[in-house]
Design a protein around this ligand. Structure first.
Ligand code: DLL
Length: 433
């Protein structure tokens, strides 16, 4: 099933011709309306007429998060304020948030792309979507909401939090689709079990999870505990919000990125050279239809790879691999690079280990240390100390063998690690002052 048959299956030559036309129009517009872009393009000696082919994108300068911060709040907007109908912001860990503005047309496009994403995930009219992404400045709640309405499904605007009530509503309203972060879905299942409610008996058939990194092993865990098909959805506020890319239900092999609106590239984050399909690097996105805040070659910091291989679902849009983390999430422990998702994959493969963990990085006597706190199930936790010790030793050994880092594993009681209603916090790095 497709939402927009024509655009989702455009043959590649037609798709690329459309991309070029839209790219040229976008660059012309930002050059005329955004002083920041006029200055950076002038500095690079490029004027909009230089873009004759898609390959010319490579000559354009990158935009990064700092450029958005420097333009706080509205300096990167390419539309007049009277044409901006919505403002969202993403809360950075430090300082001011990153602000994005949408024209009426931007909201229409976003709604369509979210509707396409829902259909790709196997959602249809008649479904009851329990939307537990946060409503507010965060794009998750309203983005999914408008997409659900555009599709014509029923949407329950739950937002995050109030977990007990969420479960009651899901049960009584007969929700068939759950949208929230993957970590919150597990929290919901756990809270339901505490009340004696078996999540597996609810009517949910699909969960659309994103906004934070999660592993394939976490998918297996969620699908088992919630008895639904778990689909990965990607997006970021700078580019639009949720619905930039999504897995199709048919393949669940990579996330289709809606290329009639975004041009993806993968670069080496150090040298900035563009990498060929299949190679892992940083995802860079150029928006080609946005009016409010179009971005040229935005460096997302998210690490993935891309493939243009045809997909069984018939969509012609490229697929990006599940994000393995953000380049700024990457931990360097005694010189070894490691992503939290790699540790997660190892933990999830171990019997009795629960999908709740926290990585604590510190520096003692000039040496980096990593402590992994991870919950184990009740049965294991009440076991003899020597068995617990043996289990933590074996996890430490596997991590050493597979990732090359020495760590200390601390097995903790069920429900000790803080649960999150939105994006989970997995790392505490005490080395950062
Ligand atoms: O998280 C938008 C969103 C809402 C996506 C709901 C999906 C579902 P931001 O708050 O701006 O926007 O955070 C964007 O979250 O750069 C990634 O690092 C991370 N992220 C988003 N989706 C995924 C995913 C929303 N499926 C940042 N896998 C992005 C891994 C993800 N990381």
């Amino acid at each position: 099933m497709l939402f927009n048959d024509e655009f989702e299956t455009l043959p590649r030559p037609a798709l690329e011709a459309l991309q070029l036309k839209r790219l040229q129009a976008m660059v012309t517009r930002v050059y005329a309306h955004v002083p920041f872009y006029r200055a950076t393009l002038d500095r690079a000696g490029i004027n909009p007429d230089h873009i004759k082919a898609l390959e010319d994108l490579k000559c354009l300068p990158f935009t990064c998060k700092q450029d958005m911060r420097d333009s706080y709040p509205y300096a990167l907007f390419a539309a007049h304020m009277e044409d901006i109908v919505r403002i969202h912001a993403s809360s950075g860990t430090t300082g001011k948030p990153t602000v994005v503005g949408y024209t009426r047309k931007d909201i229409e496009v976003w709604s369509e792309l979210m509707a396409r994403s829902f259909v790709a995930a196997g959602v249809h009219k008649g479904d009851i979507i329990h939307n537990a992404y946060g409503y507010g400045l965060f794009t998750g709640g309203l983005g999914a909401h408008y997409g659900a309405e555009r599709l014509g499904a029923s949407v329950i605007p739950m937002s995050g939090g109030n977990t007990q009530r969420q479960i009651m509503i899901m049960q009584d309203f007969g929700s068939t689709v759950l949208t929230c972060t993957p970590s919150y879905s597990l929290f919901l299942a756990e809270a339901a079990a505490e009340e004696g409610i078996d999540f597996r008996k609810l009517k949910l058939h699909v969960g659309i999870f994103g906004a934070e990194p999660w592993s394939e092993a976490m998918r297996t865990e969620i699908e088992g505990k919630l008895n639904l098909c778990a689909i990965d959805i990607y997006g970021l506020s700078e580019i639009m919000g949720p619905g930039v890319a999504i897995e199709c239900r048919e393949a669940k092999q990579g996330l289709h990125i809606w290329e009639d609106h975004f041009i993806p590239e993968i670069i080496n984050p150090v040298t900035c050279e563009v990498l060929p399909p299949g190679e892992k690097g940083e995802l860079v996105i150029t928006t080609i239809t946005k009016e409010g805040i179009p971005l040229i070659r935005y460096r997302t910091r998210d690490i993935t790879s891309i493939t243009y291989e045809p997909c069984v679902c018939g969509r012609t849009h490229a697929r990006i691999a599940r994000m393995s983390g953000r380049s700024d999430d990457m931990l360097i422990i005694r010189g070894v690079n490691v992503f939290p998702s790699q540790i997660e994959s190892i933990l999830m493969g171990i019997e009795g280990v629960e999908p709740h963990y926290l990585l604590i990085v510190d520096r003692k006597e000039n040496l980096d240390t990593l402590e992994i706190q991870v919950e184990v199930d009740e049965r294991i936790f009440s076991d003899e100390v020597k068995h617990l010790q043996a289990l933590s030793n074996s996890i430490e050994k596997q991590i050493k063998e597979m990732l090359g880092i020495t760590c200390k594993v601390r097995l903790v009681e069920p429900k000790t690690i803080m649960r999150s209603e939105g994006k989970a916090k997995r790392v505490i790095d005490n080395r950062i002052m």
